[in-house]
Design a protein around this ligand. Sequence first.
Ligand code: CIR
Length: 255
Amino acid sequence: YTFTHAITRKPGSSITDGLRAVDTGSPSLQIFLQHHAEYVAALKSTGACVTELEAHEDFPDSVFVEDAALCLPEGAIAMRPGTPSRLGEAAEMKPILKEFYGRVLSIEGPGFIDGGDILTTEREILVGTSARTDCRGIEELRDLVKTWGYSVREVKTPKGVLHFKTDCSLLDEETILSTKRLDASGCFEGYRILHTAEGEEACANAIRFNDLVLMPDGFPKTAKLLEDAGYNLRQIGNSEAAKLDGGMSCLSLRF
Ligand code: CIR
């Protein structure tokens, strides 16, 4: 959770075509841009260097850069997003990653894997199978990172939840913020778990970024819990990303 860099991409006007599980109305580009600026400012306030890519109108969901790649200290890996409209985002991200990394690998397929299903902790890489990520994608990732000494553990994203990290986030080397429904699957044995408050499951997708924890605003009980636990919390507007099932982690690649 200590990072010197982040990559973000501005939302474009095609954001109104972004994918969503349930239609709760079209996101407003203007409000999304304000929230996005707040988010970028919070990342920058920790001293990190933040690359802000211009909007890519061909890919309505490309503001959610996290799904296109996995960034590790040893190298970056372009993912293979498991939904047709997002598949091309990985190839778009590759040249950008090459500006920072000598080594950029790719998931070639036939499997699929979205960055949102990957939680990297200090001891392992957890990857949830989901509607976007399958066993073959996870196997290919496992082979790629084995040489760098990482162990990949396959877990399950709860049914009806978009990504594994929709329901959890890493807060420090041993602590994970998780919904009760995900924790109930038993996948976090050995970690310290803080549960999102009842009815506030939608704030589980937070990020620890250097000294800050960024969390969507509007979840007061969980916010208090995190503040009481000693985290330096920054609450960021997320109403428009939430209409497209996005949260804090989706909006950046961090390394
Ligand atoms: C999608 O369905 O792919 C986007 N509307 C939301 C992606 C959110 N990304 C993430 O959780 N990592």
